[in-house]
Ligand binder design. Sequence first.
Ligand SMILES: [Ca+2]
Length: 175
Amino acid sequence: MINHMCVLKVFCGFEVFPSFHTNSSQLQVTFTSDGSVTYRGFSFTWTAINESSIPESRVTHIHAESGTISSTKFPSTYDRFLEEVWIVRSPNPDMAIAIEFDRLFDLEDGVGSSCPYDSLTISEGTSRPSAYNEQLQLCNTTRPSTHFIRNSDMYVSFKTDKSINGLGFSFNFFL
Ligand SMILES: [Ca+2]
């Protein structure tokens, strides 16, 4: 039994769930079934990662009140196996950040509301989001509506898998 346990996620239904990170080196998994109706079950893989495992060369640090963040090569097809990170630190810590997407938004389709293949994740703060953080995970080809980060810092990551590449994304951010 892990000390100070709190529930990170609860899963049910038929779905492919996106990967997520925890901030701990321990994880307890509990599977519960009731007295009727059984299905084929679940399977997942886990990997221990070093927080600094993303090469610094793929991290772009931005210190500005406004700017544009786009996938590499936008509006041409992005590459496979990308893991790119942008860390935005606003010079004005009292302001929230607004994000406005380009009309062209073209990432591989997800499954239901999940983005298990290619995904753009935007969260508050300057470190990799964990399951605890508020985060916006995006995929598919629908232009996202204007989004607000209730924080002057934001962490943006773009991950792609081995197949099916779209034209990518671009957004402007401003205080
Ligand atoms: Ca893909």
